[in-house]
Design a protein around this ligand. Structure first.
Ligand code: FRU
Length: 531
């Protein structure tokens, strides 16, 4: 009894120890608040088909690579609390980016610092000499963040380091020459290194965020890095984070471009944090954007730090990525009890040439369709006022795929409503006269937990000039992801009703909405097999 009591006390105090020790505590206690098997994944707001940690705090996706049939996902993880703390890399793997198996923590804090965001690459040619060509090393690049240095106000507390795995990504060895990019300029925000192979120059290129810009480094071997250039927007003083650089084929052409993704910590289209992109040329040294302005990958409030998987087979050819489905404005106070945060659905990116520009579209990966049950067909119908949808689906775990005839739609304001018996609701409105999509979660919970979360109705521009519009909406227990016309626009939003939403309806105000066809799919949950 006495021993148990002391143990429990020690466990309870672990977050305090971790905090006091900064993050130099490699063996910080394992998960202590795991729900039991029966409770796991059944909680009110637990996403049923989005990745979440079993317990405790998660933010950005990290170190994603594909190897030997498995997609690996690491993530910013604090195993001792449901709020952010000394970061580790949590780890999970999946054959389809949907049904995940949780694995032991991949990277622990060490004497240089704790482990902030970064990427990983499969070093097929063993350029790093950390493995062999038969058994290529997987090399993770990450930021070592030293809390002690930060408290002491030394500005070089963020440095870039590497770790490698020679067993396909399960056991990780920190490189003994860390850090591989010290912070000689003493830049306070100097982090999130992501690496890509640049075929023409036969070099690895690393991009990292340096406060209000990104910096590029080149290396023949992943261990020796040389600074080559930086890229930013004149006059911008927002905080940039989690960059990603990769080549992409423009859909339907023989043209290749380079895409630079950057997450931005403020002044996103709907406040707070969001992921943006540039499209242009990268010649091995400098990146030149060819689009007029920085664009948003997702107009919603809840798709941050979106980055891509390395080493997706050429035969597959897709560019695949995932984002953190939250926003720093409220991520740490959302009302989930044993865990915090989910990832977005995994998405395929498509690079499209428009009349005057390039645009990056995103859609859920095709594997997602394997979660669909039997559809309920909906069209053609004219929606007047409100039509409650009925079928063998639940309002909080469903997908709608609707095609609207815009020419014949007379209503200026149509959309869908998700609600429960408490009158809590989320409204998705397509407003023709405003030329906008509105996502209104302001009344999605009576007991509001944050001003920032509930204060505004969120909006995105929509082109209503076309004849038809395809609207796809994927609703999980605590989120909606909206994709218009194959990802021309995507919009991700989270919500936390105090009871599950149990009614789903289509509405049209002052006129009719002409629905050409539609399908509603029930969706199965991803956790029932292994956990
Ligand atoms: C982005 C971010 C990164 C950093 C990590 C720390 O959400 O702030 O820049 O590496 O989170 O957890």
């Amino acid at each position: 009894m006495k021993r148990l009591g002391i143990l429990r006390l020690l466990l309870l105090m672990t977050p305090i120890f971790a905090f006091l020790l900064g993050c130099n505590n490699p063996q910080a206690a394992e998960v202590i608040t795991s729900p039991t098997a029966q409770q796991a994944y059944q909680e009110l707001h637990r996403p049923q088909f989005h990745f979440t940690p079993k317990a405790n705090w998660m933010n950005d996706p990290n170190g994603m690579f594909y190897y030997k049939g498995k997609y690996h996902l690491f993530y910013q993880y604090f195993p001792d609390s449901t709020v952010w703390g000394p970061m580790h890399w949590g780890h999970a793997e999946s054959t389809d980016m949907l049904r995940w198996e949780h694995l032991p923590i991949g990277l622990y804090p060490d004497s240089i610092g704790c482990i902030f965001s970064g990427g990983a690459v499969v070093d097929h040619n063993n350029t790093s000499k950390l493995g062999t060509t038969q058994n290529p090393p997987i090399v993770a690049t990450f930021t070592h963040h030293d809390f002690v240095g930060e408290k002491a106000k030394s500005n070089d507390f963020q440095k870039q380091s590497i770790a490698y795995s020679i067993d396909g990504g399960y056991e990780w060895i920190k490189y003994k020459g860390n850090p591989v990019i010290p912070n000689t300029e003493k830049i306070k925000d100097f982090r999130d290194p992501k690496v890509v192979w640049h075929e023409p120059s036969q070099k690895w290129i690393l991009v990292l965020a340096a406060y209000d810009k990104v910096k590029f480094y080149a290396s023949p071997n992943l261990t020796d890095w040389e600074f080559i250039s930086d890229f930013g927007i004149e006059g911008d003083n927002r905080l940039w984070e989690c960059p990603d650089l990769f080549p992409m084929r423009v859909e339907g052409t023989e043209e290749d471009k380079w895409v630079l993704i950057v997450s931005i910590q403020k002044e996103a289209p709907n406040d707070g944090t969001a992921t943006s992109y540039f499209v242009g040329e990268f010649d091995g040294t400098t990146f030149k954007s060819e689009i007029e302005n920085q664009k948003w990958l997702d107009w919603g409030t809840d798709n941050y730090a979106f980055v891509t998987w390395n080493n997706v087979p050429k035969a597959d050819g897709r560019v695949l990525g995932i984002g953190w489905m939250s926003n720093w404005q409220y991520a740490q106070i959302v009302p989930t009890e044993t865990w915090r945060s989910a990832m977005t659905l995994p998405r395929e990116l498509r690079l499209i040439k428009t009349a005057s520009n390039y645009a990056l579209h995103s859609v859920p990966v095709k594997e997602f369709e394997s979660l669909r049950g039997l559809p309920t067909a909906l069209g053609p119908i004219e929606i007047k006022e409100e039509k409650v949808l009925e079928g063998s689906f639940s309002a909080s775990q469903t997908e709608l795929d609707l095609t609207v005839d815009l020419d014949k739609t007379t209503s200026n304001s149509f959309g869908i409503k998700l609600q429960n018996e408490l009158g809590e609701r989320v409204l998705i409105t397509f407003d023709k006269s405003e030329g906008k999509l509105f996502v209104d979660r302001t009344k999605s919970r009576k007991d509001q937990f944050s001003d920032a979360f509930y204060k505004n109705i969120h909006a995105a521009p929509i082109d209503f000039e076309k004849e038809q519009m395809n609207i796809r909406m994927i609703i999980d227990a605590a989120s909606i992801e909206i994709f218009i016309d194959k990802g021309e626009l995507s919009f991700t939003s989270i919500f936390f009703p105090s009871e599950k939403f149990n009614s789903l309806s289509l509405f049209a105000k002052d006129g009719t909405c002409n629905l050409l066809n539609g399908e509603v799919f029930p969706l199965t949950n991803i956790w029932n097999e292994k956990h």
